[in-house]
Ligand binder design. Sequence first.
Ligand code: ACO
Length: 335
Amino acid sequence: MYNSKIIGLGYFVPDNVVTNDMLSEIMDTNDEWIQERTGIKERRHVIKGEDTTSTMGVKAARIAIERAGIDKDEIDFIVFATLSPDYYFPGPGVLVQRDMGIKTVGAIDIRNQCSGFVYGISLADQYIKSGMYKNVLVIGSELHSGGLDMTTRGRGVSVIFGDGAGAVVMTREEDNSKGILSTHLHSEGAHAEELSLIAPGMGKRWVLDILKDNDPDDESYFPYMNGQFVFKNAVVRFSEVIMEGLKANNLEPKDIDMLIPHQANLRISQFIQHKMRLRDDQVYNNIMKYGNTTAASIPIALTEAWEQGKIKEGDLVVLAAFGSGFTWGSAIIRW
Ligand code: ACO
């Protein structure tokens, strides 16, 4: 059995900066409320026509592959995590294979929202461990802005989310004390609808219903979030799954060199930091600049932290996520 390790990282965010003040011009919100509740100062929104979820993923992937020092033809498998695919089907994994001119390797799409990247890392890790694939490209990308309710009705959700993409290249590691040490995944479907986008689906609200009703007040194709309920679950599950990962490796919170929590809300990250008694330099946050970019948030933050020299060889890096599903997970990495 091999281990897997990350050998290349990249991210892409659109140039278009949307500040809290800009949002307050189109809906009843304000900078103070958004910063106080979430920590977000600004986020990026794609200008329509300039990018899609898959093209942002490709831009991040090109950087990751170049930094990995391999050729795109050495990629053996593509994993793409998103809740905002270009098309209802096919998923964006195949669009990456096409647009990057990668040979006809397998491409899989992950539907685990904010936990999507951690699930993706876990999947890639298993393929590499088993020896089935050597180099796996894992992408998390989201284009939220094209699907948010940008009126006062949607303010509880739309101020939080931003667009962007991050990617990593994972490869085989012969030394079992290095790389991805373990991953830990969970789900609790009892709360599926507490953070959801119901339509278009084949459950409660069919495409045919939407077309037939043609109802401008239909909110089923906008994301819904029971914010406080999600918040309460998030702080518990984040802590649990980080501790689970540490325990599995006989480690403690004090051993963490860098925790990269999914950027859902700065208050959630701060809560976990205090609960685990971590110093500021042990946790990386960038939600202030980008908002919640869902499946992209961890690879963007991981890449930024690495670029800033905050992650070095031998460091213990912990990734943790919680989101819609509910799903949650962690990855314990010896860099
Ligand atoms: N601007 C101004 N006021 C607002 C806004 C806004 N953008 N949004 C809501 N409000 C108002 C509400 O209408 C409400 O007013 P009322 O008291 O008069 O009814 C008041 O502010 C409080 O609203 P709450 O929703 O209770 O605010 P809360 O403090 O819970 O903060 C938030 C909301 C930021 C969404 C928080 O609950 C949160 O971060 N939840 C967790 C998010 C999360 O972790 N998501 C998981 C990942 S996302 C994914 O998986 C896709």
